[in-house]
Ligand binder design. Sequence first.
Ligand SMILES: Cc1ncc(COP(=O)(O)O)c(C=O)c1O
Length: 373
Amino acid sequence: MKPAATVATLQPSAIRRVSDGAPPDAMPLGLGEPTWELPEPARRALAETRGICGYGLNVGLLELRTAIGAFTGVTADEVLVTNGSQEALFVMMQAWLDPGDQVLLPDPGFIAYSGIAQLVGAEVVRYELAEDDRFRLDAAAFERALVAAPRAKMALLNVPSNPTGAAGSVDALRRIADACRVRGVVVVSDEVYRDLYLERRCASIRDVAKDAVVVASISKGFAAPGLRVGWAVGPTEVLAPAKVVHAYATTAAARPCQLAAKALLDDAERVLAQSRAEVARRFDALQGALRRHLGQEARVPDGSFYYWLALPEGAHADPFAFCLRLRDEGKVVLIPGLAFGERGRKHARLSFAAKPEQIEEGVRRMAPYWSRG
Ligand SMILES: Cc1ncc(COP(=O)(O)O)c(C=O)c1O
């Protein structure tokens, strides 16, 4: 027996490979999930679950779609509720890409994008992020990649980015959306980290292009990754085929989790402010630790809880080996930037979603590896 060819060559995510084998006493600066409590509105909604627990509509409960619509400025018909934004990404690619079509992905970019593209048989074309501008969106580099991709059917953006924490200017977003419109390329912007910022919220693709689709979820800003509720928001005709895929793939998101998501969205201002305070506390810890132990001034990311840390030069040839040594001997987990694409070779992703004391201790343990180079 042989699994499908697309699956047989698909490796488990490098993030899991690096973090799952970590010694139990290693400082967890690898995984990107909130380490603060599930906010109270969600806990209350989950505790109140009773009576008949039906499937509900495939596209999601109307009350949740209405809440997502109010939060994102669309109608309930322009919302598809999914099992996390990961499923939203999956159904969008499944719905719009035929085998052999090309999909534009950022380099560096979130690992799942290329995995999902491979599962649907699409060819990945990378567009470079601006290394000289903290890896923000580079409209010119995007346009070059688009010109070189005659079979492009979809472009994925990620603002702010996992792994770099960088976003893109309104002008860059507009140029990218315009270029895609001319070519009939569907734009999907992954904005799952947009509500987690230290200074100001970055621009959304939908500020400049109402024909684009945004995917997001309650996993990061709303601190509820385990509830597995996300969404795709966009024009009904673009979402329509994705709704069909979603119905066959998962039927619907879990009803109690949808009601908890609604409770979080109804209280969005307060919940998101609390999460941002948690992130700010952790960034303060990171800033202090980087200054004390590595002699570096931390730059404030545009959003997310990721710090894109330059690796010592000696690590560039084999960043995986360096990060595994750091993990097993130094007892601190960082994800090598190379896992996110060739342009990530000289960096590592440090997740400051960890607890402040873990961040302090983790950076302290890193110091000898940085001074040795
Ligand atoms: C950029 C990005 N997009 C999407 C996801 C998927 O998250 P979820 O399915 O929990 O919304 C993640 C998770 O880490 C992510 O980093």
